[in-house]
Design a protein around this ligand. Structure first.
Ligand code: SF4
Length: 378
């Protein structure tokens, strides 16, 4: 029996290492066929595809469709827009910042394929650092002495890196690995020294968010909850990078994720807790002066409103901006609209005048950039 196969070589693959299967096949083919294969453009120009026999080759003229234009308003039947039965910080953020993203993610449940979910280096480092803090401090209780905490964090780093962050354990990642190790060391120092001088102990790492908001259960996980002997709480959210971004979110009273967590803790009957971002890669802790974590170094306390005020503004804006969900009005992709069309208060999650090369935060990790037209299809 004789069989045939058609191999197609793409220009972008010429500089890559050959696949072992193709290497084996190449060795069996006549040299001229391997070194001078028919070129697709020539086949299209001449219409002569005898060189491809026994394979057929048809070509037709088609009108090229222009890429999807960006579309700020979407007509979606109201019966497809079921509300979500729980709320979370990211769900509320997306609902206000881009109802189209919210609709595609929650009611329509559109998710990227599993290949697209492989973490990039930045995500991997963030997840790995979180996991180290969870292993070292997750048991809660009194804080260990500073040097003991650092030694423990570094020991966990060395032990878990090949298991939990294998791509970073490769020989060619030596420098990156060393940098990450020293980042963990700095972040641990800041974390322990701040909480210790503020008189806190750790309640838990990855603490489930409880409570209700907008009449629904509030879901989520808080990176770190700490408590003083007098009952005052502090919430610390770990971020791997983005020092300017998180500094600005606090300074501008737009830290809605922290505000949602703080509100959730307060619904258990307590006051709104103090809040902070710990930027792990820089070993920096940012806290708003209105809800400052005790023990924070002077330079890390940012003149900013109390987190309760941020929650009030955020929840008012979410409440006032939900008409598209039930009224039959088109579903807006707000980042694509002119800011004059945004509902009152939406600027707590959307920048009114982003720089020319800047996208709105809600679009940065959005899976639907090609659906809404923010990104052109090619
Ligand atoms: S890319 Fe931006 S505008 Fe488009 S759906 Fe996502 S969040 Fe909305």
């Amino acid at each position: 029996m004789k069989e045939s196969f058609l191999a197609v070589v793409l220009p972008q693959d010429l500089e890559k290492r050959w696949h072992p299967l193709w290497l084996a096949v190449r060795g069996l083919l006549p040299k001229p066929e391997v070194e001078h294969p028919p070129v697709l453009e020539d086949l299209v120009m001449t219409g002569d595809a005898t060189a491809l026999a026994p394979f057929g080759f048809e070509h037709h003229d088609v009108v090229i469709e222009p890429p999807q234009k960006s579309r700020p308003l979407w007509n979606i039947p109201t019966n497809l827009l079921s509300d979500h039965d729980t709320v979370s910080a990211s769900e509320l953020h997306d609902r206000l910042a881009c109802p189209l993203k919210w609709t595609l993610h929650y009611p329509a449940k559109i998710r990227p394929g599993s290949m697209a979910e492989l973490p990039d280096d930045h995500q991997l480092k963030g997840t790995f650092c979180h996991s180290i803090f969870e292993r070292v401090f997750g048991g809660g209780g009194e804080l260990p002495a500073l040097d003991a905490a650092v030694a423990q964090a570094l020991a966990v780093f060395d032990e878990r890196l090949p298991l939990d962050a294998a791509p970073l354990a490769q020989p060619n990642k030596y420098l990156e690995r060393q940098r990450l190790r020293s980042q963990i060391e700095n972040a641990t120092r800041i974390f322990v020294s701040t909480l210790a001088s503020g008189g806190y102990r750790v309640v838990g790492i990855e603490v489930a968010l409880a409570g209700n908001a907008f009449g629904k259960p509030l879901n989520g996980w808080i990176d770190c909850v700490a408590k003083r002997n007098n009952g005052e709480e502090a919430i610390i959210d770990f971020k791997y990078g983005g020092r300017s971004k998180y500094h600005a979110l606090i300074a501008e009273g737009r830290a809605v994720q922290l505000a949602t967590y703080a509100y959730g803790r307060s619904t258990a009957g307590g006051d709104f807790p103090a809040v902070a971002y710990l930027v792990l890669s820089d070993g920096l802790l940012f806290t708003p002066s209105g809800s400052a974590v005790h023990g924070t170094a002077q330079h890390a306390s940012i003149s900013a409103p109390a987190i309760q005020t941020v929650w009030q503004k955020f929840s008012d804006a979410v409440e006032a901006a939900g008409d598209w969900l039930t009224s039959g009005a088109p579903v807006p992709a707000r980042p694509l609209q002119d800011s004059s069309e945004w509902p009152a208060g939406a600027t707590i999650v959307l920048k009114e005048e982003p720089k020319a090369d800047e996208v709105q935060e809600v679009c940065r990790y959005c899976d639907f950039t090609r659906i809404c037209g923010l990104e052109e299809t090619t």
